[in-house]
Write a protein that binds this ligand. Structure first.
Ligand code: JDK
Length: 228
């Protein structure tokens, strides 16, 4: 798989791409990340990539021409633009993109990109969450990491990834490791019992309780409140 990232800050990425699952996947050539410096497609002595907004208002807007020039050779790839006004990122999008041969991620800056780029050079506009970043780079890194860990052979134990799709949209249960007593705090007794039926029941109860408490939105339309 290849991921092309268009950005005015290519230097943002290399350290993050070198560590952990991402670093191993890149080394093993399971994925190639191509960092494209938008500045290389800008003209003039100042290599400007931004200009004032038509109609007035604060800030600057990414000019269409450098983005179009960078995106022309990437026609036919799946092109994602990060923006606070996109459809909200979810695991299903990452699952879908992880099957692609070539994904293009476009990172804006300033107040965003000229709308004609979004209309004519982009396949999906995506928001990574309901908060405002200063640009798309954090989003591109987040998506790259989320995709690469889904690639077969990128993760030590592929079962742990496959297993996720069977979790039915509930939050995961709490996990514990040794020691069984840490600073006086005991691991739940059931986890030490060796009774796998009781453990499974406890885990399910924990997942429901957590989801009800922290992410009730995940339960909407799922079930009657009594039962969960
Ligand atoms: C790409 C530039 C910064 C964009 C204007 C005014 C209130 C903001 C700053 N999920 C998510 N969050 N943030 C992004 C994202 C931000 C970006 C870019 C992605 C490119 N920025 C920016 C727009 C505004 N707007 C009203 C909301 C301010 C993605």
């Amino acid at each position: 798989m290849k991921i092309s990232i268009i950005t005015i800050f290519p230097e943002y990425f290399p350290q993050a791409l070198a560590v952990g699952i991402l670093g191993r996947a890149l080394e093993a050539r399971l994925v190639e990340v191509d960092l494209i410096d938008l500045r290389d497609y800008a003209e003039g002595t100042h290599r400007a990539v931004d200009d004032a907004p038509f109609g007035g208002g604060p800030g600057m807007v990414m000019m269409p021409e450098p983005l179009a020039k960078a995106l022309d050779p990437l026609e036919g790839t799946h092109r994602v633009l990060f923006t606070p006004v996109g459809r909200r990122l979810d695991q299903a999008m990452l699952d879908r993109w992880s099957d692609l041969d070539h994904l293009t991620l476009v990172c804006g800056r300033y107040e965003g990109v000229d709308e004609r780029i979004a209309e004519h050079f982009i396949d999906e506009e995506v928001s990574v969450g309901d908060y405002v970043l200063a640009g798309g780079e954090v989003a591109a890194l987040l998506v790259t990491e989320g995709i690469v860990r889904l690639l077969p052979e990128a993760v030590g134990n592929p079962c742990s990834v496959v297993f996720e799709s069977f979790r039915e949209g509930l939050l995961e249960e709490p996990v514990y490791t040794r020691p069984s007593v840490f600073r006086g705090w005991q691991v739940p007794e059931v986890l030490l019992s060796g009774d796998h039926r009781r453990i499974a029941a406890w885990r399910t109860a924990q997942r429901r309780e957590r989801t009800r408490d922290r992410r009730p939105d995940l339960l909407e339309g799922k079930c009657n409140v009594e039962e969960w």
